[in-house]
Structure formats: C-alpha cells, structure tokens
Design a protein around this ligand. Sequence first.
Ligand code: URA
Length: 241
Amino acid sequence: MRLQKVLAQAGVASRRAAEDLIAAGRVEVDGSIVVEQGLRVDPENAVIRVDGIRVVVKKDLVHLVLNKPRGWQSTMSDDLGRPCVGDIVSERVAAGQRLFHVGRLDADTEGLLLLTNDGELAHRLMHPSFEVPKTYLATVKGVLARGVGKQLKAGIELEDGPASVDEFALLEVHEGQSLVRLVLHEGRKHIVRRLLDAVGHPVIRLVRTNIGPVALGDQRPGTLRVLGRNEVGGLYQAVKL
Ligand code: URA
C-alpha cells in the first residue's frame, strides 16, 4: 500500500496532507526518512514514524484504557468467579482479540489499566528499566508531617529491597486524612501501599491516574476507551519502540 494512503488510513492526515508531510522529510519508514512519494509499504510490518513518533498502522493492534473499579481483579479470568477485567472485555476476547493487561492493580485499587494485544509494548511498559512514570492518588490515614515526601524520595528499605518515589505532593488534609499524589516508575506488588505504610500512613483509597502520556481523566469506572493516536505514539516512544 502506498505510504500516503497508509498514513491517511491511520488517521494522521488526509492523503494530500500526508504527501506534504513526506515531502517535508517528516516521515520515517523502518528507520529511514522517506521523501519520495508513492513508496509501497506493508502496513502489517512497517515501522512508521512522523516527527519521530511512532504511528501504529497495523490494523489489528488494539490499545485500550480501562478505569478498573474497586473490588475487581486485574486478571482476564478468575477461578473463584470474582468480577475481573476479563468480564469487561469479554466481547472483544470472544471476537478473537488476545488482550494483555499491562501490569496489575490490586483488587482494592482503582483506576488506569492499559490493555493491548501488542505483547512487546506490554512487556516493555511493565519493565522498570524503561522507567515509565505512573501517577497515583492516595487517601491515607493521618495528617502528614513535614518531611514525609523527602523521606519517600530518598528511599525506604522494604522487605524486598529499597523503593522510592520520583515525585510526591500533599494535596489536601481533611478530617484526619490526607490526599497525596505520588509518581513512581516501578511496579512491585503493593508498592504504593507498602511505601505509605512504612512512613506510618496506611492507604484508605488508591487510584492510578496516569501511565506515561496516558491520563485517566474523567473516564467512568468500569468503562473502556480506545487510546488516541498521540497517546499510542507517546507510549511507544516512552519504551523506545
Ligand atoms: N501500588 C499498590 O500498592 N497497589 C496497586 O494496585 C498499584 C501500586
């Protein structure tokens, strides 16, 4: 398929505008800038970038955001019959999509869970070496003393080794509880709960609001949304794909 048509089908621009992008040297196919028009590419295998950002042109790739409700398991099926993410995507799975959830949230944790059928993307997003930042809002017991943020940034010794946060902010204090925002780039089990426990502020409610360039926004619990082209491009960029 011709490159300008592939770009148009991926929603980058009209065919005419895609030709302008190509002529301007802004389009890269498999690592090389292409300036001539009409290059034939295979959308199933070509790696295409516009201004250095990956444009996913493979038709069957899916990237979804779920706002996982509290009390739901992150798994695609549950032996004990508890509500799980697989229930929410059951129609897609029945239609043959092989979706992976990117990491897990505790059953008690709400918020942003990415689902995709791109195994390499999922793998890299879960790998700490790519350092994709994840943001959480936590309501904790107690009124935070000064210095707790500093302590968390400096690192805390947990039973499976040290852990730290990249950013920390106290947002609100209300009736003996504090609302804090934390950014971390790792995903060990219960990591946020364990860190906050360790500084004496057990978690009452935990919500993940962002993973790299993707934000939960006002998406309602239990709903799925297809990621936008820029969000998908940003995710691939974040893990160097
Ligand atoms: N940290 C936790 O403690 N729980 C989650 O679900 C995610 C991060």
